[in-house]
Ligand binder design. Structure first.
Ligand code: ZN
Length: 832
C-alpha cells in the first residue's frame, strides 16, 4: 500500500477543506469484517479539479460524489480518485472492512477467559482508511458524528459521549475538529466505572475478565486523572474541550497508550493483575498524565505534518513528568525518567539510525514513523528542559499558552512553536535550535580535577561534541560530589564552550565520587572519572541523592554498551550497591537490565552461568532482608525467580508453595518461575500447558507461548519458529512472545540454524503483518547468537533494497546492538 507523501499532502490540503465526517460502523457482522458508511462534506478551492480519498477496504459496495455514482472498482492502492470536484461536495462511501489482529486499525481480540470479543480503533499513524473513507493527513481536521451498531450486550465508547439509541445502536456526540488518526471506537462487553471531576465526566473501562484489577486500581487512576486535569488547566489556561474523558484498557495494544481525544486507549497490562512495584504504578501514572497533556499538545493543536511529531511527544514526555512531580505523590518522576526513558533514548542516540530531534524531512508518512523513537520522547524532553533553562520557565509557559491559543483546533509547526517562545522570551532561538534540535548526536561531558592534599585546586568541565556532527550546545547542569554519603560540593553551571572552570568547587575536599550532570538536567554522555568508577562499589549505595545514583547507573549502562566499561565492572557495582537501593525505579530497572541485557548480550556464553549466579545471590540477599509486601521484596523475588538454578525452590514456587508474602496468587509472578523452569528444560510442553490451564487468560496464553518457545529442545524451537514466521493468524502480542522465548538456549548449537532463516523469514512477514507490529517483532526476534557470521548476514540483509521502512529501521537498531555486544566481548571477553 503506498504511503502518502509530503508533496501530495501539501497539494491536497491547499485544495480541500473538510467540513464534517459522518461515520456509521456496523460491528454486528461477525468476527471477520464490519460495515463502514462514511459521508464526508468538503470544500474544494479550485472547482473542477480532481483529488482523491483514502480507502483501504475489504470490498467497496457503493460510492457517490455529489449524488453521482462512482465505480467502486476505481479504488486502487488504497485510493479512490474524485474527479471534477465542485466548490462544495458530499462523498458517500459504503464499504466492508476487515478487523485487524496486529493492533493497527480496528483491532478485534477474543478473551480466552470467557470467549468474549473486544474491538478498539487504533488509527495512528495511517490506519484510518481501514476503518472509514477519509482524507488521511493530520492537517485536514473536521468534526465527527459517529453511529455504531453493535451486538446487544456490548458497550460503545468513542471520542464523543456515547448514548444508546435502541436495539444495539449507539450515537456519539459531535466532536470538535479532529485529525483523522484520532478517531476511535471501542466496543465490546467492556465493564465500566464512572466518576466526575470539575464538570468533566470520567470513565474507566476494561475487559469483563479484568473487572477485579480495574476496581482495585480505579481509585489511583481517577486520582491521577483529576490531579492532572487541575494541573494542566492551571498551566495552560485553556479548559479541556473534548467533553467526557474516557480511559479504556484494551487488549494487545502495541504502544503504551494513545491520546484519542475523549477516549484514550491504554495497553491493559497496566491493570496489574498481581503485585505491582511502586515504579510500575509511577509508569502508569506517567502514561495517564502524558496522554492527558496531549489533549492540548497534539489534539487541540496538531502538527501540520508528521515530521513535527516530536513536538507532540517531547512536550507530553516533559509535561507528564513535570505534572507528577508538582501535583502527585510521584515526586521522583525525573529519577524514573533518568533510568528508564533516558536510557532508552541514549540507546537510540548510539544507533546509526539516530537523527535530530526535529527538522528531519519526512517525505512520506511511513518514513516519519521510523523517527518516532527514544529521540522524539526522551531527548526531546531533555531538550525542552534545556530550553527552559535558556529562556526561563515563565517565558516558556507564556509561549506555550500563546502557541496553543493561536493554533487551537488547527495545526502548528516547529517554526510556529519557536516563534511563540521567542516572542514570549525576547530571545533569539536560531543558534540554540540549530544546535539542540536540528543536529543529531550528543556531547560528552566530563570533569577534570586537580587536587592538592585532598583539596580541589581546579575543576574544569570538558564538553566534546562528535567530530562528524559538530554542534555548539550550551548546557545547564549540576556537578556534585560525595564521600561516604556526605555531599562535599555541588555547583550549578552553564557551559558554552569546550572548557568551563568550576570555581565553586575550588577549595572543597576532593570527593570519592564526582558526578557531572548530577541533577540530570541535560542530555549528554556522562563520562565518570576512573577514580569515581573505581570507588562506586564502596560508595554508590551511600549517596543519598537518588537522582545522582540514577545518573551513575545510566552512565555505567552507556559505558557497557560503548565498550568503555566491562560487564564485570557493572556487576561489581551491582553486587555492592543494588541490594541497598531504595529508589524503586532504579531497583527494578537496573535488575531487569542486568538480567535481560547486560548478561545475555555482553557476557560470553561460557561465563553467563556465573554471572547469573551473582545476580541471584544479590536477589536472595535482598529478599531475606526486605520487609514483606514492599517493592524491595517484590523486585528481589522477581530477580530470584528469573535467575535461580534451585530446582526445588522453583518447583515449590510454581506449585504455589513457600512463596514470598503477597505473591500467593500472583499469576504473572508464577510465569517468571515457569519460564525459568522451561528454559532450563526442567519441565516440558505438557507441563507448560498445565500451567496455562490454571491461568486461562490472554496473559496466560501469551506467557505459555513464550515458555514453550524457551524449551531447550529442537522440536520446541522448530514449533516456535513455524508458529512465529508462518502462522498468519497470530496476533501482534503472540508473535512478540514467541520471539521473546525463541533465542533463550543453553548453547548456540540449538538455535544457530535459525540465524540465516531469521534474515529471510522475518522480513517476509511484511506481506501480512503491519509495520508498527512488525517493527517490534524484528527487534525481539533478532538472533541472540553473537558471532561474526550473524553480523555478516545482518549487514547483507540491511543492504537489501526490498525491505519495508520499519523492517529496515529495526534491523539497523538490532544490528547496532549486536555490534556493541561483539565489541564489548572482544575488549573484555577474556577478563569476565
Ligand atoms: Zn505521546
Amino acid at each position: 500500500m503506498r504511503s502518502l507523501t509530503l508533496a501530495e499532502a501539501r497539494e491536497r490540503s491547499s485544495l480541500i477543506t473538510v467540513t464534517s465526517y459522518a461515520v456509521e460502523l456496523d460491528l454486528d457482522q461477525g468476527a471477520e469484517v464490519f460495515g463502514s458508511r462514511t459521508v464526508v462534506r468538503f470544500a474544494c478551492a479550485e472547482p473542477g479539479a480532481d483529488s482523491w480519498v483514502d480507502l483501504k477496504a475489504r470490498s467497496v459496495e457503493t460510492v457517490s460524489l455529489n449524488g453521482e455514482p462512482l465505480d467502486p472498482a476505481g479504488v486502487a492502492d488504497g485510493r479512490l480518485t474524485l474527479p471534477g470536484l465542485a466548490a462544495d461536495n458530499e462523498l458517500v462511501v459504503a464499504a466492508t472492512m476487515a478487523y485487524s489482529h496486529d493492533g493497527q486499525g480496528l483491532h478485534r481480540a477474543t478473551d480466552p477467559a470467557d470467549d468474549l470479543d473486544y474491538v478498539y480503533g487504533h488509527l495512528f499513524l495511517d490506519a484510518a482508511p481501514s476503518v472509514y473513507a477519509c482524507f488521511d493527513q493530520p492537517d485536514l481536521k473536521a468534526p465527527y458524528d459517529v453511529t455504531v451498531h453493535a451486538p446487544l450486550d456490548w458497550t460503545v465508547i468513542g471520542n464523543g459521549a456515547a448514548s444508546p439509541a435502541g436495539a444495539g445502536t449507539w450515537t456519539l456526540a459531535t466532536t470538535k475538529p479532529l485529525a483523522t488518526y484520532f478517531m476511535t471506537v471501542c466496543a465490546g462487553p467492556y465493564v465500566s466505572l464512572h466518576d466526575e471531576h470539575d464538570g468533566i465526566p470520567l470513565g474507566l473501562h476494561a475487559r469483563a475478565s479484568l473487572r477485579e484489577p480495574l476496581e482495585r486500581h480505579a481509585a489511583e487512576l481517577f486520582d491521577v486523572t483529576k490531579r492532572s486535569f487541575d494541573y494542566f488547566h492551571g498551566l495552560f489556561g485553556i479548559r479541556y474541550p473534548f467533553g467526557e474523558y474516557h480511559q479504556v484498557f484494551v487488549p494487545e495494544f502495541n504502544a503504551g497508550a494513545m491520546e484519542n481525544p475523549g477516549c484514550v486507549t491504554f495497553r491493559d497490562q497496566y491493570l496489574y493483575r498481581g503485585a505491582a512495584t511502586r515504579d510500575e504504578l509511577l509508569t502508569r501514572a506517567n502514561t495517564v498524565s502524558h496522554e492527558m497533556s496531549h489533549m492540548w499538545f497534539g489534539d487541540i493543536v496538531t502538527m501540520k505534518w508528521w515530521d513535527d511529531l516530536w513536538l507532540n511527544e517531547s512536550f507530553a514526555e516533559y509535561m507528564s513528568h513535570r505534572c507528577l512531580v508538582d501535583a502527585t505523590d510521584y515526586t521522583d518522576a525525573w529519577v524514573d525518567s533518568s533510568i528508564v526513558r533516558k536510557v532508552w533514548g541514549y540507546g537510540a542516540e548510539r544507533s546509526p539510525s539516530t537523527h535530530p530531534v526535529a527538522g528531519v524531512e519526512a517525505l512520506d508518512a511511513q518514513s516519519a514513523l521510523q523517527n518516532f523513537d527514544g529521540i522524539s520522547y526522551a531527548k526531546g524532553a531533555a531538550t525542552l528542559r534545556q530550553l527552559i533553562a535558556y529562556v526561563g520557565d515563565d517565558q516558556f509557559i507564556a509561549g506555550v499558552r500563546a502557541y496553543l491559543t493561536d493554533k487551537s483546533y488547527g495545526n502548528g509547526t516547529l517554526a510556529d512553536f519557536l516563534a511563540a517562545i521567542e516572542t514570549a522570551s525576547g530571545k533569539d532561538l536560531e543558534a540554540w535550535s540549530r544546535a539542540w534540535l536540528l543536529t543529531a548526536d550528543r556531547d560528552t561531558i566530563s570533569v577534570d580535577i586537580e587536587e592538592q592534599g585532598g583539596v580541589i585546586e581546579s575543576a574544569v568541565v570538558r564538553r566534546e561534541s562528535p567530530a562528524d556532527r559538530p554542534a555548539d550546545r550550551p548546557h545547564a547542569f549540576d556537578v556534585a560530589g560525595w564521600t561516604d554519603g556526605r555531599e562535599l560540593g555541588r555547583v550549578s553551571t552553564t557551559i558554552t564552550g569546550p572548557e568551563t572552570a568550576l570555581a565553586g568547587l575550588e577549595g572543597t575536599p576532593e570527593p570519592a565520587v564526582l558526578v557531572p550532570n548530577a541533577a540530570d538536567l541535560t542530555w549528554a554522555r556522562v563520562r565518570l572519572s576512573d577514580s569515581t568508577v573505581a570507588a562506586l562499589p564502596a560508595q554508590l549505595a551511600q549517596i543519598p541523592d537518588a537522582q545522582a545514583r540514577a545518573v551513575v547507573w545510566s552512565s555505567l549502562i552507556d559505558g557497557v554498551h560503548g565498550a568503555t566499561a566491562s560487564p564485570e565492572a557493572f556487576l561489581d557495582v551491582f553486587d555492592a550497591a543494588w541490594p541497598h537501593e531504595t529508589n524503586s525505579s532504579i531497583l527494578t530497572r537496573v535488575a531487569a537490565y542486568a538480567e535481560h541485557r547486560v548478561v545475555p548480550y555482553f557476557v560470553p556464553r561460557d561465563k553467563q552461568d556465573a554471572a547469573v549466579g551473582r545476580l541471584n545471590r544479590a536477589g536472595v540477599g535482598l529478599l531475606e532482608r526486605a520487609a514483606t509486601g514492599t517493592t524491595e521484596s517484590l523486585a528481589a523475588a522477581r530477580l530470584v525467580a528469573g535467575t535461580s538454578d534451585d530446582e526445588t525452590l522453583l518447583r515449590a514456587w510454581a506449585d504455589g508453595k513457600g512463596l514470598p508474602a503477597g505473591l500467593e496468587d500472583d499469576g504473572d509472578f508464577r510465569w517468571i518461575v515457569v519460564r525459568n523452569l522451561a528454559s532450563r528444560g526442567l519441565i516440558g510442553a505438557a507441563q507448560v500447558d498445565a500451567f496455562r490451564a490454571k491461568d486461562d487468560t490472554l496473559q496466560g496464553g501469551l506467557n505459555a507461548l513464550m515458555c514453550r518457545a524457551s524449551l531447550p529442545d529442537a522440536d520446541a524451537k522448530a514449533w516456535a519458529w513455524e508458529q512465529l514466521t508462518t502462522r498468519q493468524g497470530r496476533s501482534n502480542y503472540e508473535m512478540v512472545h514467541l520471539a521473546r522465548g525463541f533465542w533463550v538456549a543453553p548453547d548456540d548449537a540449538l538455535v544457530e540454524d535459525y540465524v540465516p532463516r531469521y534474515f529471510t523469514d522475518v522480513p517476509a512477514m511484511s506481506a501480512w503483518v503491519g509495520e508498527d507490529a512488525l517493527s517490534r517483532v524484528v527487534l525481539v526476534a533478532f538472533p541472540r547468537v553473537f558471532t561474526d557470521e550473524t553480523a555478516r548476514l545482518s549487514a547483507e540483509t540491511i543492504a537489501r533494497d526490498d525491505l519495508t521502512p520499519a523492517v529496515h529501521r529495526s534491523l539497523v537498531d538490532a544490528d547496532a546492538e549486536l555490534r556493541e555486544a561483539l565489541a564489548s566481548r572482544a575488549t573484555f571477553g577474556a577478563t569476565v
